[in-house]
Design a protein around this ligand. Structure first.
Ligand SMILES: [Fe+2]
Length: 392
């Protein structure tokens, strides 16, 4: 009996302390970078409680981050700073191309907000710039053909594996980390998204090297799939985009599902035929743009390779391939099949090669003004396949 009373007494002391701890604001995930351009980037992170958040940036000038005040960047919606969210996405704009910037993230707890604008704010938490250097990133350059990047696909939430796979590389050596689809098998809730991939990407270096995100056919599945865009926010509001890294044009395309929209697996929720049609209308315009036409190398990221005889593949063949064949691209990078495959330009008649990276290797891509070199590297650090594609 005495023991029980002691246990109850201990609980009454512990519970309020734990409850108070839950009310303390913490940065819980991130930051990670996405939608990088030559003049901006989006910084994303999460807190355990609603907060108003901002980013402070400074030059990479070797001075202490405490040396002077820094400009602040807030997440705003229609002229107002966002204050009632736990997922924070701050766009930095007007930056110089090919320039290194240091940054620090801040969140201030929203204490109360009953109505109107009678909000009160509490404690501020931030990333550490005292015991470690401030985060650092480099905007994409305005010109130059040199571009090295790493591609991962079909990880399907195998975070321990992806950490081992990438243990021999330092993401700082690369322009970006291309996630080419199926990083998770479905998107069910925020926790699963963090545990399934985002936390691992941050650990690999996504706080400083941006993620170039392409959806696979698995990410549109799940209860929380419609929220995926919040975790990889694009200024365009789309999952398909055109980027320039110097003279290299990067097209990220969104494959949609692999089976017919009326397949029993989708329970009537798939509408990808119309989506791919709309995307193709955008693609036709994108390849006419100066950004595409003036590029010296053009690389397409498309999770499902437009080969084989499934409906999704066939629809991509029918819609995207003629546009890309006519526009002229240098390389398509795909995944989906979980095995390495190579389709030379001559074998498909598409006019461009397709390299399918397996689910057990990363692809390292090095672009120069002469060629695109791609190497598939396994968990032992061995190059398992290599291709060189001369640039025209
Ligand atoms: Fe997959």
């Amino acid at each position: 009996m005495k023991k029980i009373l002691l246990a109850i007494a201990a609980l009454t002391v512990f519970l309020p302390a734990a409850a108070a701890d839950d009310q303390r604001l913490r940065i819980t995930h991130g930051p990670w970078l996405c939608d990088m351009t030559s003049d901006g980037v989006t910084v994303v992170w999460a807190t355990n409680l609603p907060a108003m958040s901002w980013v402070e940036t400074g030059p990479d000038d070797g001075r202490s981050f405490y040396a002077e005040e820094h400009p602040r960047w807030y997440e705003t919606v229609d002229g107002r700073r966002v204050a009632n969210k736990t997922l924070h996405a701050v766009r930095l704009e007007g930056l110089e191309p090919g320039t290194k910037y240091r940054y620090r993230i801040f969140s201030q707890k929203l204490e109360t907000w009953v109505n109107y604008d009678h909000a009160t704010f509490g404690e501020i938490v931030s990333s550490d710039v005292y015991t470690r250097p401030a985060y650092l990133f480099e905007t994409y350059p305005a010109g130059g053909a040199d571009c090295s990047f790493v591609v991962l696909n079909d990880i399907h939430a195998r975070t321990d594996f992806v950490k081992r796979l990438c243990s021999g590389i330092d993401l700082h050596d690369f322009a970006f980390l291309a996630c080419n689809g199926d990083m998770v098998s479905s998107v069910e809730n925020e926790r699963q998204l963090f545990e399934g991939f985002i936390d691992a990407a941050v650990e690999l270096g996504a706080s400083e090297t941006p993620i170039l995100y392409t959806r696979g056919n698995h990410e549109p599945r799940g209860l929380y799939a419609d929220r995926l865009r919040d975790y990889f926010p694009m200024r365009s509001g789309r999952f398909y985009n055109l980027y320039r890294y110097g003279d290299v044009c990067l097209l990220t395309l969104d494959c949609g599902e692999d089976k017919c929209d009326n397949d029993v697996e989708y329970r009537g929720m798939a509408d990808f035929d119309a989506y791919r049609e709309r995307q193709c209308a955008w693609l036709r315009e994108a390849v006419r743009s100066e950004a595409f036409r003036s590029a010296k190398a053009r690389i397409v990221f498309l999770h499902i390779p437009p080969v084989e005889d499934w409906h999704g593949n066939n629809h991509l063949k029918e819609l995207f391939v003629p546009v890309l064949r006519e526009a002229g691209i240098d390389l398509m990078l795909s995944g989906h099949t979980h095995t390495y495959e190579f389709y030379p330009a001559e074998s498909t008649g598409y006019g461009f090669p397709i390299v399918v990276n397996s689910n057990d290797t990363y692809a390292r891509c090095d672009v120069s003004d002469r060629e695109i070199r791609i190497r598939m590297v396994d968990v032992e650090g061995r190059t398992t396949q290599e291709h060189r594609f001369p640039l025209k």
